[in-house]
Design a protein around this ligand. Structure first.
Ligand code: ZN
Length: 189
């Protein structure tokens, strides 16, 4: 983004290039008169990389997959026959993908965090790294349990549902922390 032509909405703080601003703020709807010029305090290169929003986009995959897995395992545990096999196969595919999505989210998150706050050693980023480890361990536990026990043992099914709920909770806490961080004013240049 060329910070030279950047404008900010005085009502909601939304930033936009002057050439893209129409009659109203695309975020809150006030008239374009409420915009004033904005001097970005971070470099054009850093802003450009952050504007791809790679980490927030990637994490949607792990959040959606973890929640879907809980639902599919819970439903599959109470079914039998061919339909149970279909649920089992779906759960297996998703549980293979989930740890990969978690790793992709963690790697992109560390890069995003360093881009935003210049160092990975910040309290909230460290907290997010620990939460991602929990997310990874619970998602790895899911695939191991699924492949060994399938849906054949009711107690194991319950443990899998709990592991899935743990994974989904980690993803929600991570999202909440990330959402709070995304509103922070970033350190300059
Ligand atoms: Zn606005």
């Amino acid at each position: 983004m060329d910070s030279g032509n950047l404008l900010i909405c005085k009502t909601c703080g939304y930033k936009i290039l002057s050439c893209r601003l129409k009659r109203e703020c695309p975020a809150c709807g006030v008239s374009s008169h409420y915009f004033e010029s904005y001097k970005d305090n971070i470099s054009i290169k850093r802003r450009g990389l952050l504007d791809f929003h790679i980490h927030p986009i990637i994490v949607h995959f792990s959040v959606a997959t973890s929640i879907l897995l809980v639902l599919i395992i819970a439903a599959g545990s109470f079914l039998s026959g061919e339909i149970s096999n279909i649920f089992f196969n779906t759960a297996t595919v998703l549980s293979v993908l989930l740890p990969l999505f978690v790793i992709a989210g963690a790697v992109s998150g560390i890069i995003d965090g360093i881009l935003r706050f210049k160092k990975a050693k910040r309290p909230n980023l460290i907290k997010k790294i620990y939460l991602s480890m929990g997310f990874f361990i619970s998602s790895a536990a899911l695939i191991v349990l699924l492949l060994i026990f399938r849906f054949n043992h009711i107690w194991i099914n319950l443990i899998m549902i709990l592991a899935g709920l743990a994974a989904a909770s980690f993803s929600i806490f991570l999202g909440k922390l990330g959402g709070d961080l995304s509103e922070a004013i970033l350190p300059g240049k």
